[in-house]
Design a protein around this ligand. Structure first.
Ligand SMILES: [Zn+2]
Length: 54
């Protein structure tokens, strides 16, 4: 696997992420891991709040 990050024009726009990709679709696939994790995290927090209020 090559490590030529300067040749990859599609950079992840997630604030704390520094990944970059050769194609837009590869970037979108990667970006989905951020949003998926974030949604899971929010869902878990919401469940905890809901349970503690019952
Ligand atoms: Zn990223």
């Amino acid at each position: 696997m090559k490590l030529h990050t300067g040749e990859k024009p599609f950079k992840c726009t997630w604030p704390t992420c520094h990944y970059s990709f050769l194609t837009a679709s590869a970037m979108k696939d990667h970006y989905r891991t951020h949003t998926g994790l974030f949604r899971n995290y929010v869902f878990i927090i919401f469940q905890v709040i809901y349970k503690t209020h019952l």
